[in-house]
Ligand binder design. Sequence first.
Ligand code: ATP
Ligand code: MG
Length: 261
Amino acid sequence: MATLATEHVSVSYPGQRLAALADVSLTIGADDLAVAIGPSGCGKTTLLNLLAGFIRPNRGRVLFDGQPVTAPGADRAVVFQHGALLPWLNVRDNVAFGLRLQGVERAARRARADEVLELVDLPQAAGRAIWQLSGGQKQRVGIARALASPSRVLLMDEPFGALDAFTREQMQELLLKVWAQSRRSVFLITHDIDEALFLATRLYLMSPGPGRIVEEVQPGFSQRYRAGESARAIKSDPRFIALREHLLDTLFRLRRQEEAA
Ligand SMILES: Nc1ncnc2c1ncn2[C@@H]1O[C@H](COP(=O)(O)OP(=O)(O)OP(=O)(O)O)[C@@H](O)[C@H]1O
Ligand SMILES: [Mg+2]
């Protein structure tokens, strides 16, 4: 059964000529790592905000296990683009923050925080201040915080956008490990085609004016990584390169059509 789905959703913001999203239908199954990719302004964050329950569609429905999503919930954790960490709390307390709000007692939330810090390869940083962390480490704390909650879905908005290419690749592999071990479905936004292709079980290519899904593909490379193939081998596979060229072609063709219109 599908976990999260949108059915023909449209979103229009006041004062905007074109809809931010028009007739968008997608499915994120329980085992999926779904990725939305597309140029700036095509409605990716709007889509994530719908799935999180931060906003409601003007038309269509958002469903979680078949039930309409009407508000944010602890079952859908969000990893924000800029980390949104609390600088006055140390790493462990940042990770445990949501649990504190939920009334989980101190020893239990510390134990849970340490468990997920282990999962994101940061066990040694639990007592550190946020300002003592690198960008990649901060992103891992943001992921750990989302994992600490009892959520079944992780919603991630450009989680690796601010990282250098090498750290970014490390984080992609870490995410695949976390995805496999934590048994949650993931919805991730990115601008990076290689990242989208490498991670996605389902890839949604989006285009602006109005924001819509123009193509869905199921690349299958993350399953190959899970089965033991190396990231470098996968990313240099001719099928990977051909699919990247195909997606780029589609994006450029749409751009030309838009400019001609
Ligand atoms: N709260 C808002 N009020 C009015 N317009 C908005 C609002 N949020 C987004 N928009 C507009 O809706 C469109 C889609 O925005 P959205 O943030 O979803 O795009 P995006 O694909 O996430 O872009 P980026 O890649 O730059 O983050 C844009 O034209 C944007 O200006
Ligand atoms: Mg955005």
